[in-house]
Design a protein around this ligand. Structure first.
Ligand code: BES
Ligand code: ZN
Length: 908
């Protein structure tokens, strides 16, 4: 018996030993069999090693446009592997410098193989033996080029005392930190960063954190920065150049600075004030203070985007940060506020709490967009920015009405696909669905839940469902279910509404700008008012149809047989509404009698325009509705009315050229009274919105060829040429004057064009340059357009600005397309690696309106498409089809000519 027990014990021991041996082998075997190949073509890095802390040293050579550097990365090896795989691109890695030291035994390992896979932007280090689980230190030395592509570590240029100089700047989002140093370049791989720079001693050198030590050694200095808290690689930043700055402390002790070109500090003061106030506001709103000791904001002369929210070191285009009292327009001022507020919102939403993967990019961008309006409204309530938010909302609706749209939460399988999702879906639809949810849950409940989300995920990463969970917990509403219907499928519904025996009958179907219906279905928060803003109600439409008995709901004040019914009150819902004829007529009446709010007036017009374009409503009825806005005074509503007029004019020119003059006269008649009201110069005490409106109205009158406006604009422009400080051409109306001047330019009358180039060359204010560039292609003469387009490609225009001149006049459409084809190779070379290339495609392709053209465009790009523009191209071609169909339906519309002529004569 004893033997038995002994035997059993021995056998059991043996079995256990063998089992654990085989278990260990089985755990090791697949990894020992790992090969380089399996890491290629993967969307994400393998997870064997987790970076904890980077010690980065960089030495940029500004005149040779090169840099050298080294990185020591503390890693945690969390699974058996012989490989370390991380990102690197366009770096020349010194393979002999690569080593890995286990913390446990201090043994220095050299990789048996170092493979740089440029195609996948990864660096694969292969070791002879399996690495030990636990911490270790990876060191790598490398060299790179300060490129001219405005991404990674790049060179930007500026003039100092007449000399052209280089500065070194980083732009890492979405995935270009790997172009500066080898790293785990994914948002979820948060680590601490300790940065040291070797730079010329005369220059300002900035990074995310404050400087802790600066050692000067002759012409060079070594600058070390405090270690950062946990953050993602795409938020690391460095700027080295010559700058001036202004500074101010927040009430809770954060040192805020705005850096600009030497001599421009006066232009930096406005943004500084805005930033300080915004940081204070966000501290209260998110219930967490700004988390770094300092915040620097820098104007960069060459910058691909509007701005970038690098943690503690936000970079901007000059136009989005600098404000000049004398030469900036009201619209420039507002842009500075919105951009600053947006990037500072990211310091919480994005930097402190970061999306887990690019699929959740919208959490960053949609949120920052929404919060920027909250801040701007707080700082400048008289600007009524929430009504202006509707321009973003509408852009979201326009893009999402395409079959080639994408869901807010979008699958990303390759870094190449990331750039294209920084679009109106992530930003504008994203912000709009947040606004919809906030208005459904109530502002206070929304803010509280948001603050608890920020606290819960601080210094880590979150997914969309984490945000919904926090809001669900704070509200007891089914947020997850409700919102999934908006973020996981593309598109949105159009709600048709009809009156049937004292009942309102609703039906939802997916709105498509092409006129067909998709099969999406949503949980729609319906709001409505009837006859008065005091008689409102709301409910969730969860199925395809719904009915509302109005008898109980209606008070004496309103009567369903005659009262107006407005759905989607104040346009907080991300959907369109199609009213039956009777309800539409009542609304038009309510607009004329000024019973509706500006946001509702905006929404009715925009829905009507979209339905008309989708051929669900006649152009005749759209024009009649537009006629109801003859006494409109509100900036935002007019801004949309003007833009809709531009679009209708373009379609009319293709569909019914014989009626074009009538269309123009009709539009002029809508806006002319505003010229009388607003005049050409600022009135004392006038509002910010009137100042912006003046510019829009005069531009529209110039575009539609109103003779007196053109003459007056040109007269004032001449005065301006004689004296750039003349009060007769205020910055608010300069763009209008430039457009007017260009409308008169032709091959035989080049004066206006040459003069504008002079203005461009002589100013050092970026906003002035921008105004000129965006007017330069407004001439109706194709030869001048071609010359202007070629100017955009010249060395006089920074690549960041060339895209500003691509909205060519209606008459220049064909010239622009030929120009794009002729220059495609060059354009791809300069802009092809970034997102700006999409602007070339979209701006030049989308205005066409024929099926033949769509085919020609498809053919041209068939052999040229790169994944960078594939979605944009499909969307642009879809727009051409939509336009083409619209043209056909307008051509077939009966009574259009008669109705239009009636409108022009005022016989509505
Ligand atoms: N994070 C973006 C900048 C960015 C855009 C990086 C695209 C990578 C790709 C930044 O926060 C941003 O959204 N900037 C906007 C300005 C904002 C006010 C809408 C921009 O650059 O247009
Ligand atoms: Zn952003």
């Amino acid at each position: 018996m004893w033997y038995c027990v002994e035997f059993v014990t021995v056998i059991t021991g043996l079995v256990i030993a063998l089992a654990s041996y085989f278990y260990m082998q089985s755990r090791r075997r697949p990894n020992l069999q790992q090969s380089m190949e399996q890491f290629k073509g993967q969307p994400r890095l393998p997870k064997f090693a987790v970076p904890k802390r980077y010690d980065i040293r960089l030495k940029p050579d500004l005149s040779a446009c090169k840099f050298s550097g080294s990185v020591a990365i503390e890693l945690n090896i969390v699974a058996d592997t012989r490989f370390i795989v991380l990102n690197a691109a366009e770096l020349s890695v010194d393979t002999t410098s690569v080593s890995f030291t286990h913390s446990s035994n201090s043994k220095v390992l050299r990789p048996s193989k170092v493979d740089v896979v440029e195609e996948d932007e990864i660096l694969v280090l292969e070791f002879a033996d399996t690495l030990l689980i636990g911490m270790g230190l990876l060191t790598i030395r490398f060299q790179g080029t300060l490129n001219d592509k405005m991404k990674g570590f790049y060179a930007s240029t500026y003039n100092h005392n007449g000399e052209k100089k280089n500065m070194a700047v980083t732009q890492f989002e979405p995935a270009d930190a790997r172009r500066c140093f080898p790293c785990w370049d994914e948002p979820a791989c948060k680590a601490m960063f300790k940065i040291t720079l070797d730079v010329p001693s005369k220059l300002v050198a900035l990074s995310n954190m404050p400087i802790i030590e600066e050692k000067v050694d002759g012409d060079l200095k070594t600058v070390s920065y405090q270690e950062s808290p946990l953050m993602s690689t795409y938020l690391v930043a460095i700027v080295v150049g010559l700058f001036d700055y202004v500074e101010h402390l927040t009430s809770y002790g954060v040192k805020v600075r705005v850096y600009c070109q030497v001599g421009k500090v006066n232009q930096a003061k406005f943004a500084l004030g805005v930033a300080v106030r915004t940081l204070e506001l966000y501290k209260d709103y998110f219930e967490v203070p700004y988390s770094l000791p300092k915040l620097d904001m820098v104007a960069i002369p060459d910058f691909a985007f509007g701005a970038m929210e690098n943690y503690g070191l936000v970079t901007f285009r000059e136009t989005a940060l600098l404000y000049d009292d004398q030469h900036s327009a009201a619209t420039n001022k507002q842009r500075v506020v919105i951009v600053v507020a947006h990037e500072l919102a990211h310091q919480w939403f994005g930097n402190l709490v970061t999306m887990e993967w690019w699929t959740h990019l919208w959490l960053n961008e949609g949120f920052a967009t929404w919060v920027s309006y909250l801040a701007a409204d707080n700082l400048f309530p008289e600007w009524k920015v929430w009504t202006q938010f509707l321009d973003d909302y509408t852009e979201g609706l326009r893009l999402d009405g395409l079959a080639e749209s994408h869901p807010i939460e979008v699958e990303i399988n390759h870094t190449r696909e990331i750039d294209e999702i920084f679009d109106a879906i992530s930003y504008k639809k994203g912000a709009s669905v947040i606004r919809m949810l906030q208005s459904y849950l109530g502002a206070e409940c929304f803010q509280r839940s948001l603050a608890s989300y920020i606290k819960k995920f601080a210094c880590s990463n979150a997914k969309t469902e984490d945000l919904w969970a926090a809001l669900e917990e704070g509200s007891d509403e089914p947020v997850n279910k409700l919102m999934n219907s908006w973020t996981r499928q593309k598109g949105y519904p159009v709600i048709t509404v009809e009156v049937k025996d004292q009942k309102l009958v609703f039906e939802q179907s997916q709105f498509l700008a092409s006129g067909s219906h998709g099969d999406g279905q949503w949980i729609v928060p319906i709001t409505l008012c009837c006859g008065s803003y005091d008689v409102c109600m709301n409910f969730l439409l969860e199925s395809k149809t719904g009915t509302l008995d109005m008898k109980e709901f209606l008070s004496d004040k309103s009567n369903l047989a005659s009262a107006w019914v407005k759905l989607n009150v104040n346009q907080t819902g991300f959907y369109r509404v199609k009213y039956d004829e009777d309800l539409a007529a009542r609304l038009q009446h309510a607009i004329e009698n000024k019973h509706l709010s500006a946001t509702d007036r905006y929404g009715i017009l925009d829905d009507s325009f979209a339905l008309c374009m989708a051929r669900q409503q006649s152009l005749n009825s759209l024009l009649t509705l537009m006629g109801a806005y003859r006494e409109e005074l509100e900036y935002t509503v007019l801004f949309n009315l003007i833009n809709i007029s531009y679009k209708v004019e373009r379609i009319a020119a293709d569909a019914t050229p014989e009626l074009l003059e009538y269309f123009k006269q009709f539009f002029i008649s809508l806006f002319l009274h505003l010229e009388d009201k607003l005049g050409w110069e600022p009135r004392t005490g006038e509002s910010h919105l009137d100042a912006m409106l003046r510019g829009e109205v005069l531009t529209a009158l110039a575009v539609f060829g109103h003779d007196l406006t053109l003459k007056e604009a040109i007269r004032r422009f001449h005065a301006f040429l004689d004296d750039r400080n003349t009060p007769v051409l205020h910055p608010d109306i300069r763009k209008a004057a430039y457009v007017a001047v260009m409308r008169e330019v032709s091959t035989s009358n080049r004066f206006g064009y040459e003069s504008l180039l002079r203005v461009y060359r002589e100013t050092d204010l970026s906003q002035e340059k921008t105004r000129v560039l965006s007017s330069l292609t407004s001439s109706p003469d194709p030869n001048i357009i071609l010359e202007a387009l070629n100017f955009l490609l010249s060395s006089e225009v920074r690549p960041q600005d060339a895209v500003l001149g691509l909205s060519v006049s209606r008459e220049g459409r064909e010239t622009a397309w030929t120009w794009l084809k002729d220059n495609w190779e060059h354009i791809s070379k300069i802009w092809g690696s970034g997102y700006l290339i999409t602007r070339f495609v979209n701006s030049i392709v989308s205005p066409f309106a024929s099926f033949e053209k769509a085919e020609e465009i498809e053919e041209f790009f068939a052999s040229r498409t790169k994944s960078k523009i594939s979605r944009t191209l499909k969307q642009s071609i879809e727009r051409v089809h939509i336009n083409a169909n619209w043209v056909q339906s307008v051509q077939n519309e009966e009574h259009l000519a008669k109705a239009l002529k009636g409108l022009v004569l005022g016989k509505v």
